[in-house]
Design a protein around this ligand. Sequence first.
Ligand SMILES: [Mn+2]
Length: 406
Amino acid sequence: MRVLHTSDWHLGQRLLAFDREEEHRLALDWLLNLVRERAAEILIVAGDIFDTGNPPHYARSLYYNFLTRLLATGCRHVVIVGGNHDSPAMLNAPGELLRYLNIHVVGAFPGELKDEILRLKDARGQTEAIIAAVPFLRDRDLRYSEAGESSFQRQAKVKEAISAHYHALAGLLAAERSKDVPVIATGHLYATGATTSEKQNNIYAGNEENIDADQFPDLFDYIALGHIHRAQAVGGQSHIRYSGSIIPLSFSETADVKSVCLLDFDGRSIARAETVEVPQFRRLKTIQGTLDEVREKLLAFDRKGDRELTPWVEVIVETDQVIPQLDVELQEFVAEMNLVLMRIRLHRKQAVKAVDAALSESLEDLDVLEVFRRKCRVFGSPPEEMEELEQTFLELRSWMAERQAD
Ligand SMILES: [Mn+2]
């Protein structure tokens, strides 16, 4: 049985003012080809199919177009689970229809554990794989919340509840342990030990991990994870993996190699695991240095030749001077080059740094929580109340996100 595991497509994502349509189109074309060429029989997408709950039309079209073309390959089963970025309602809407095409969508916790369990059948109606299709679990799915508890207690309870969720699923599947078919779980969460690319925020409060790798029940032969954009096995266990995103979603991910996981099962054991590198269709690069160094590096970058799509570059100029018209000057400098200068930032080296930090920083550099913290500071919120305020803010935010999603 050959399984292809991918996640975190984030269709519809924008990087600064630019949409990723072309990169996503090429990456999905490539993926489709891989399914065909390598004869993958099961495709698992472990969450964050879309970047937002209400993705643009072209993103939906990429998704449905991909699924339609997938039907013409030898891939027999598709399992798609919702991530924290996905709207469960939006993913689930065509679920009934897709199920007849062997495309199983679990947008959110269905309310009963047994409904997360998929028994995938072969042409003769025999189960050929079992999937515990666990999507991103929301607060309301975990039912741990009690008034008046500290955020530390809360984090511990989230962790406990998530682990309990997997153990309960393993309990339901215990009787099937003796079958000679792979039992695979999915998840969209932050497992301990996973390394992130810069500030990829955690989905639960406090930026704490949601589960330790060794808390997953050993019943599962493979655990296909999503949420962390960097491909990796977790906690030294090769059968618990993040496939990573298929394109770099921020400048902090440009050093990562993007890939998908291809697994061959011989009965219940993994006979072979391979990470297949996704070609980079657009070069994305941060160029940093003094103004002279930046100019040199831009020239060198331009000479490296091109790929299918025009490279995107962000420039960070290290200087303590005021350089009038820096934007205009650099844009003119690259005018004839085969690249788009997406953003120019300043990096102060000396004492002015603190004072000037706000100037070299733009809103999109900050996460929402950080903006909230700073606003609280401006309004003079007492520091001892900050923890509770942040907690309330995060709860409100996820409540609002869910409303929007519904
Ligand atoms: Mn996610």
